[in-house]
Design a protein around this ligand. Structure first.
Ligand SMILES: Nc1ncnc2c1ncn2[C@@H]1O[C@H](COP(=O)(O)OP(=O)(O)OP(=O)(O)O)[C@@H](O)[C@H]1O
Ligand SMILES: [Mg+2]
Length: 363
């Protein structure tokens, strides 16, 4: 063993050049460097990020490698990248094992909110995160269809076990209702149903619970936000001007809700769905309903723009078959868009969490 503490210290100092672009601090200050071992010129590092879905994970690894190799006496570097999703603030007794609740909302129906929620959940799960998906759309639950599952969930010890599909634990009122039966819900019943989705479902430990809200500005967002701390909201809109105006309204509704709650309810960002149409034969993108509307709307409202998802009949067909687009054609433009959006959502949650956390200056 040729372990000299000083060279370990030198490596640690060298790693301070690696800056996390979302958190604007170096990985040593952020406490991401968990282990440094040096043996005969071979450095072994463990770097723990705040999400397995980190979009700059590979870039950070490369930079850390280069920084360590710059230390005299280091010939080879081996880096293990791990992740632990952090949490700040109260998680609430209703959801003790759930680190982050992400609500997916839209001002109006049919904009692809459920499609975005499902693909976001699967994309996050693919990175190794523990992910749940709650269909809070009590009126028109479509998550079972989109996830390709039906059948009643098991009840164990008077608790409902969520179904597991595509690596995501999910729950929906649709699993309990007979197909095609219309349901009339009154305001208080929605709150009660949502409460049961937390109290009576064995979610276990989850890094992210994605909640597909019903469209509009009704009771569900209100009940949900009052019941459990929501980490943030993703707003889905389509490119048409009228859809943008409705999405604006929905964002304003969340801001009003935030001030009445007296705790933060951040908008994680805006997703524009059904934007450009990619010609399957020539690859040229046509913007049937105008280009850049979602981005402009996000700028106007001073919320992040997360990305746009092209319109593609494959998404509709995959949805109908219960195979989310991200799995059906993982290399397609829409799958890439969903993965990028998932990374940005996770990064934004990390930034919110880390900014709230007291950083350890000694680490
Ligand atoms: N980018 C897209 N390209 C093609 N089809 C899409 C796209 N996004 C969603 N769809 C399809 O549009 C329909 C509506 O989508 P979805 O059910 O996700 O919308 P929603 O906003 O959840 O609707 P609702 O308000 O009824 O809950 C579905 O058939 C879905 O497969
Ligand atoms: Mg829906």
């Amino acid at each position: 063993m040729n372990q000299t503490p000083s060279i370990v210290e030198q490596v640690r100092e060298a790693l301070r050049v690696v800056i996390d672009p979302d958190l604007h601090r170096d990985i040593v200050t952020l406490g991401f460097v968990k282990e440094i071992n040096v043996d005969n010129g071979h450095a072994r590092l463990t770097i723990e990020l705040t999400t397995p879905a980190c979009p700059v994970r590979d870039a950070l690894k490369l930079q850390a490698e280069e920084a360590a190799l710059g230390v005299p006496g280091i010939a080879t570097v081996e880096i293990e990248m791990t992740a632990r999703v952090r949490v700040t603030g109260p998680q609430g007794s209703l959801a003790p094992g759930i680190k982050h609740v992400v609500a997916v909302a839209s001002g109006k129906g049919g904009v692809g909110k459920s499609t975005v929620a499902v693909n976001l959940a699967v994309a996050l799960a693919q990175t190794g995160a523990a992910v749940g998906l709650l269909d809070a759309d009590i009126y028109g639950p479509t998550v079972p269809l989109l996830m390709g599952a039906d059948g009643e969930p098991e009840i164990v010890d008077e608790h409902i076990v969520p179904l597991n599909r595509h690596g995501v634990r999910f729950m929906s009122m649709g699993l309990f209702l007979e197909a095609d039966r219309a349901v009339i819900w009154r305001g208080p019943m929605i709150g009660k149903a949502l409460q049961q989705f937390f109290e009576d479902v064995t979610w276990g430990e989850l890094d992210y619970l994605i909640v597909d809200l019903p469209p509009g500005t009704g009771d569900a967002p209100m009940s949900l936000a009052q019941m459990i701390p929501i980490t943030g909201v993703v707003v889905v809109m389509t490119p048409q001007e009228v859809a943008q105006q409705i999405a604006n309204k929905s964002i304003l509704m969340f801001r009003t809700l935030e001030s009445s709650l007296g705790r933060p309810l951040p908008i994680l960002g805006v997703v524009e769905n059904m934007s450009g149409f990619v010609c399957p034969s020539c690859g040229v993108v046509s913007y049937l309903f105008g280009e850049g509307g979602g981005r402009r709307a996000a700028e106007r409202l001073e919320v992040p723009f997360l990305g746009e998802i092209p319109i593609d009949p494959m998404i509709t067909a995959g949805g109908d078959r219960g195979e989310p687009a991200i799995l059906a054609e993982p290399e397609s433009a829409q799958a890439l868009a969903f993965r990028s959006i998932a990374g940005l959502v996770a990064a934004r949650i990390s930034a919110l969490t880390m900014n709230a956390e007291e950083l350890d200056p000694a680490s």
